[in-house]
Design a protein around this ligand. Structure first.
Ligand SMILES: NC(=O)c1ccc[n+]([C@@H]2O[C@H](COP(=O)([O-])OP(=O)(O)OC[C@H]3O[C@@H](n4cnc5c(N)ncnc54)[C@H](OP(=O)(O)O)[C@@H]3O)[C@@H](O)[C@H]2O)c1
Length: 314
């Protein structure tokens, strides 16, 4: 069995790009700016090298400040880091793509982005309001642009440098197939919710076949109910292997060939979410065979509206 150190450092080659993506990723969807900076710094200190950002999180500067602190201290180099960020729904029109990209680079204080991702396939009315609404209070979509138009604008970012690969998020298989079929530069990664209650095996098979990294967000179920970390299958394996339930869920993600994103503002959890080790084959099989709960926690895929409104903990 692969040793724990090598396991944590797993990198998934990117077929449509120039690098490899660290499978173990830290997400920066943290509402408070001070917490964002502190937690990103802690994540860097414990060993995370892959960071997921987004203009929509409105905290790219705080993430960039933490990067700068580590880069200035010499504890990491830019080449050690794998930085993804995402273009928001209101910037899908091709003319808005480059300014959005350059804005993220400026706020993150990076010269290049490792993977630039379309946050959702839904185009919203262009403008500065990230949540545009019509007179009735419904989401104002933009019928004047297709996902294909936006994708071509992302391809031009790769041509021009400063963007090493491009990807999609919150897409289902059919629109993904369409983009893969028509793209000059294929998606390097697809970022979707995936955890043991939503394994997305069919999507994973498609991604494998086409050299696309499946990048799983909400890898711990976003602390929502039903609580994945209290699932009997997961807790039984965790007790047997002297791991935390979170470590079991995260190891499962790496071992089946995906990259994952997890987020915490608690330094001990950040450390333990990084300190993962491989699971024995029978545990992998047990998770696949014995978990019957099927749930998607984030409804963003249905409307493009961010869906993380935490439910009450059980
Ligand atoms: N593309 C998209 O539309 C999209 C959508 C959502 C998220 N994302 C990305 O994915 C990242 C991860 O998503 P997520 O926040 O849903 O991840 P998650 O890791 O599933 O959930 C994070 C929650 O779990 C708790 N937690 C973390 N580690 C824990 C542990 N060891 N034991 C118990 N609880 C733990 C955290 O609370 P504490 O802080 O109290 O530890 C936090 O409330 C985001 O930051 C973002 O970068 C992308």
């Amino acid at each position: 069995m692969i040793n724990s150190d090598a396991f944590r450092h797993t990198r998934i080659p990117i077929a449509h790009g120039t690098e490899a993506m660290p499978a173990v990723g830290f997400g920066t969807l943290i509402p408070d700016l001070v917490d964002t900076r502190k937690s990103t710094k802690t994540a860097l200190d414990v060993g995370f090298r892959h960071f997921d950002c987004a203009e929509r999180y409105r905290n790219e500067e705080a993430v960039g400040d933490a990067f700068q602190e580590a880069l200035t201290a010499g504890t990491v180099t830019r080449e050690d880091l794998f930085v993804t960020t995402k273009i928001w729904n209101t910037n899908h029109r091709p003319a808005r793509v480059r300014p959005a990209f350059d804005g993220s680079r400026r706020r993150l204080q990076v010269d290049y982005v490792d993977c630039y991702i379309v946050h959702t396939p839904y185009a919203f009315a262009p403008g500065d309001d990230p949540d545009p609404r019509d007179a009735r209070g419904d989401v104002a979509y933009d019928a004047g642009v297709t996902l294909g138009d936006t994708w071509q604008a992302l391809e031009r970012l790769v041509d021009d440098g400063h963007c090493r690969s491009i990807g999609l998020s919150n897409v289902s298989l059919n629109p993904l197939r369409e983009i893969v079929k028509g793209a000059r530069i294929k998606p390097a990664a697809v970022q979707v919710e995936s955890q043991p209650y939503l394994p997305e095996w069919e999507l994973l098979d498609f991604c494998r076949e086409h050299g696309i990294v499946l990048l799983a967000f909400a890898a711990l179920g976003h602390a929502m109910t039903p609580n994945l970390l209290k699932d009997e299958v997961i807790t039984t394996i965790a007790n047997r292997l002297y791991m935390s339930p979170a470590q079991v869920a995260l190891a499962w993600a790496v071992q089946r060939g995906t990259a994952f994103l997890t987020t915490s503002t608690d330094p001990q959890r950040i450390q333990s979410n990084y300190d993962i080790s491989p699971l024995p084959d029978d545990a992998m099989q047990q998770i696949r065979d014995s978990i019957t709960t099927n749930i998607r926690f984030n409804s963003v895929v249905q409307t493009g509206v961010p869906g993380f409104i935490p439910r009450v903990q059980s």
